[in-house]
Structures are given as structure tokens and as C-alpha cells.
Design a protein. Structure first.
Length: 514
């Protein structure tokens, strides 16, 4: 689950030509720690690093029982009865039990799913029919595999409609109201809308969905904010956005060169992340035409919350909905933080939505599936004098039963005898996967040249390193495939580039080498 490309560290300051220090975190074994403890860990009061090694405990007649944090050097006084009795390098602390909410409305329990569907004029004909078929299949699937899930439907064109299982418009918002975020949030927060388990009303939903009709323009921003507000009132859930055109009426407009519209979606993405809302974005395009969906903007909603971005034709809508239905999230509200001493500085994190890394702050991932993998890059800003370097990964998350955990995995890396010892024990596949994710991020941001340089640069490093020919060939082959994929996008539509780059940002070692 927690691996590093380096099994040794160089004694000197790192330089550009070095095979990089990279740590990877995968999540397939998130619920399988070596030890589980109910209670809070002993953490450094300054940096938050967790004490896992009892040999670090000191006793002093003036200070008392204490430990000096191996990451920041702070001295922490502790109660002897709270100390670990043995070295624990992988432990899962259950720091909060699930909260039992007393309610007279049992229908509010279970997962909440809200579909926010574009029914503007451009969705007429085959597109909307494909969406209706896909929604119907989703309802049928939920009835069998997740009968306690609660389903809600919002449709938008020039107005926004909140539709119940009887096909009735519980809310119909248009006119000046769709230009006010405050008004939309207020109306939806007071909506008398029954979220009932899908097992109770699946047949009604099938009839309601069949009646959807396409109409006018695209009030995407108001529709999305309505979906967010519904889920926020119910402690989170999953939101599915499907659209085939730019937002062009109400707030969150994207046809204008103004950045105001983009700012709304960026802010909403952060709100969804903190609100335990996972967003999937499906952009629908016409076969043979260049759609304008602003997926680089809308995609942040998915990337920041743990969802996915899709760019599909009408014929691919049903398969896309099936893919979304099939995703199983093993944890939500996931936050990851890597701890290192000053001699090993964190400089980047990939597989995440944000490019800016602040070592003192956790990286928020939203929901994670078992196949998710992220990477942290480090460098030595000066000579390393220690013979051993401690590294610790902390993963805070909420499990499927609503319990809050802190998974702590620690390891120690020794100093290499020489340059050959460093390379000989190096795991280049880990760094290759990080470079691919970095390239995907650069391409998503619109910097094609940087994306290609990242992969080509690592190809040169692998070629120059004295590693086994078969291993080097495998890595070079995987990198060449990714480079070809990058170069093939140069003539593609911006929305397709954004969707494909978003996928590349999430590629793992398994994707590259198996």
C-alpha cells in the first residue's frame, strides 16, 4: 500500500539528473492494516506526526516522559499509560465511531444519488432518448444491488426542475432567480422533497424518466448548485452531471471569456469535496463535430471529489452510465498527508486535483476506489547526515459504515553506501507512474510541451541508469506508449484532450505495466 521508489537515500543533495525520490500510496488494502486500535494516536503537537516506535520515548526528571518528533524535532510530553508497547509500522486508528442520527424520517438513511440532466434543445432526439434509457437502467440496477439508495432528479434548460418519483415538478425555477446563487440555494434548501429508498419507488421513477422532454437553453450552473444543495442537506452522496453544451443562461455561464463562470465551478468543486459529495461529469458530443463543453472547467468537479470525467458520443452514454454504476468507493472524505524530516522535502503530489502542495496540509481526495493510486515526489535540499530517514503516510477516511479512521504507515530508509547502491535498490516503475500522472496533469492544464518533456526526461534517466536490460525495456515501452498517446492529442478537440488527460492523471503502475 505504501511504497517508495528509493530503498536507500543518497548522502548528498539531489540534482536534476538523479532518479527521483518518489513515494506511492495505493488504496486496495485500505481496510487491511496490521493492527486496529480504537482510540486516538499519540501525535506530535507541532506537526501531527504519529509516535509508532516506543524506543523513541525518553524520561527526564524535569521534563517527564516525552519523545522528540523525528519529523520536526518538537519535544512532546506524554502520559506513560498511553504509550505503544511495541513498534507498529502499520496501524489503523478508529478515531470516531459512526454517528447514529435519530430521525423520524428513515428514508434519509442510505446513499443519496442525484442526477442533474441537461434537457436543453440540443439534447433533443437520440441524445435524450439514450440518457433516458441509461437512467432507467441505473434505477433497475439500484433496485437490485443498492435498494436502500435514495434517488433524486434535477433537469435543466432555461429553467431548473426538481422532479420527484411521480414525475411532478416539485420546484420549477426560472426568470431572474437563476441568476442568483443565494436564491437557488435558499429555494433548494427549503424544498419539501422526499428521498425514498429506490426499492419503494423504482417503477414510478421509470415512468417519470420516460416523460423527460428537451426544451430551451442551458442553465447548468443553477442546476448543479441545486443538486449540491440537496446532497449537502443530507450529509453528502453522489452527483451525476450530464450535459452536451456550454452553460449559457443563469450564473456559471461559460460562453463568455469572463472568468466569473469558471470561478463558480472551481468554488463548487471545493464545496463538494468538503461536503462528502462525489461528482461524475459526462460530456456528450456529436459524432464528427467539435463540441464545446468546457470540460477543463467542469472536470475539476470530478477530479477534486474522486469522480471521473467522460467525453462520449450518444452511442456511448449507456456504457458510461454502466461504468459509473459499477464504481465502488471503499472510503470517502479521504485526506492524505506525508511526513518527512527536513532532510527530505516534499515537492509534488500527483493523482490529485491540485498542483500546489503544502507539506503542512493534507491532500484531499474525496472518495477513493480500490484502484486509486497517488504519488509524492521528494528531494534532498542539502547533504543528508542521518544514517536513517523516517517517512510516514497518514490516511484519514470514513469507511462504509460511517466510522472515521486514521491509517498510519511508517517506514525507515537507510543511507546508500554509494551511487551504485542507490540505483541497484531503486524501483523505477514507481517514478515512471508518477511522471505519467504529472504529464497528464500538465496536458489537462493545456501545457502539451511540459507534458511531453516530463516523459521524455524520465526516458533519458532510465536509459542512463545501470539497471537490468529487461526492466529498462519494459519501462521504456510503457513510457513510449504514453508519449504516443500524448502526441496523438495535439490535433484533438479541447474537451477530448481534457477528458483523456484527466484519465492519464489517474493512471497507476498496474495500468502501465500489467
Amino acid at each position: 500500500m505504501f511504497k517508495t521508489s528509493f530503498n536507500r537515500v543518497l548522502g548528498r543533495k539531489t540534482i536534476k539528473e538523479d532518479l527521483p525520490y518518489v513515494a506511492s500510496l495505493s488504496f486496495e488494502d485500505l481496510g487491511k492494516p496490521k493492527q486496529v486500535i480504537t482510540g486516538k494516536p499519540i501525535q506530535c503537537q507541532k506537526c501531527g506526526g504519529v509516535l509508532t516506535d516506543p524506543s523513541k520515548i525518553l524520561k527526564d526528571p524535569k521534563i517527564g516522559t516525552h519523545f522528540k518528533c523525528v519529523f520536526c524535532g518538537a519535544v512532546n510530553v506524554v502520559d506513560p499509560k498511553d504509550l505503544p508497547t511495541h513498534l507498529v509500522d502499520d496501524v489503523d486508528f478508529i478515531i470516531e465511531e459512526a454517528i447514529e442520527i435519530k430521525t423520524t424520517r428513515p428514508e434519509l438513511t442510505g446513499d443519496n444519488i442525484v442526477a442533474v440532466i441537461d434537457i436543453s434543445g440540443s439534447m433533443s432526439g437520440g441524445k435524450l432518448e439514450a440518457v433516458k434509457r441509461s437512467l432507467a437502467e441505473t434505477i433497475k440496477d439500484l433496485k437490485v444491488n443498492a435498494p436502500l439508495s435514495n434517488f433524486g432528479l434535477i433537469a435543466f434548460e432555461s429553467s431548473v426542475y426538481l422532479i420527484d418519483s411521480n414525475g411532478k415538478n416539485v420546484l420549477s425555477i426560472g426568470g431572474d432567480d437563476i441568476y442568483s446563487q443565494q436564491k437557488i440555494a435558499e429555494i433548494f434548501s427549503h424544498a419539501k422533497y422526499n428521498f425514498e429508498p429506490i426499492e419503494k419507488n423504482a417503477d414510478k421513477w421509470l415512468k417519470a424518466i420516460s416523460k423527460l422532454q428537451s426544451m430551451d437553453m442551458t442553465a447548468l450552473g443553477p442546476g448543479l448548485l441545486g443538486g449540491y444543495t440537496l446532497l449537502k442537506m443530507r450529509s453528502g452522496g453522489r452527483l451525476l452531471l450530464l450535459t452536451d453544451g456550454l452553460a449559457n443562461v443563469g450564473f456559471g455561464g461559460l460562453e463568455s471569456p469572463s472568468t466569473a463562470g469558471k470561478g463558480f465551478y472551481k468554488e463548487l468543486a471545493g464545496s463538494c469535496n468538503y461536503g462528502n459529495i462525489i461528482v461524475d461529469v459526462v460530456g456528450v458530443r456529436e459524432e464528427g463535430t467539435e463540441s464545446r463543453l468546457a470540460l477543463k472547467t467542469l472536470g475539476d468537479l470530478a477530479l477534486e471529489t474522486g469522480g471521473d470525467v467522460y467525453y462520449v458520443t450518444m452511442d456511448e452514454i449507456e456504457r458510461t452510465f454502466a461504468d459509473i454504476r459499477g464504481k465502488g468507493y471503499i472510503a470517502r472524505n479521504v485526506e492524505v498527508q506525508m511526513f518527512t524530516p527536513p532532510s527530505l522535502k516534499l515537492v509534488d503530489a500527483t493523482g490529485t486535483a491540485s498542483e500546489a502542495l503544502k507539506p503542512e496540509e493534507p491532500v484531499r481526495l474525496g472518495g477513493v476506489t480500490a484502484d486509486r493510486e497517488i504519488y509524492f515526489e521528494m528531494e534532498a535540499p542539502k547533504e543528508i547526515k542521518e544514517e536513517e530517514i523516517p517517512i510516514q503516510a497518514q490516511i484519514q477516511y470514513i469507511d462504509s459504515e460511517g466510522r472515521k479512521h486514521l491509517r498510519v504507515i511508517s517506514k525507515t530508509v537507510k543511507k546508500a553506501k554509494d551511487e551504485d547502491d542507490y540505483v541497484k535498490t531503486y524501483e523505477p516503475e514507481i517514478s515512471a507512474a508518477m511522471r505519467v500522472q504529472q504529464a497528464g496533469r500538465a496536458a489537462y492544464k493545456g501545457d502539451q510541451e511540459k507534458a511531453e518533456d516530463l516523459i521524455e526526461g524520465y526516458q533519458k534517466q532510465v536509459a542512463a541508469a545501470p539497471m537490468a536490460p529487461g526492466r529498462a525495456k519494459s519501462i521504456q515501452g510503457a513510457l513510449m506508449n504514453e508519449l504516443k498517446e500524448l502526441k496523438s492529442r495535439t490535433l484533438e478537440a479541447e474537451d477530448k484532450v481534457a477528458a483523456e488527460s484527466a484519465k492519464q492523471m489517474r493512471k497507476t503502475q498496474k495500468d502501465l505495466f500489467e
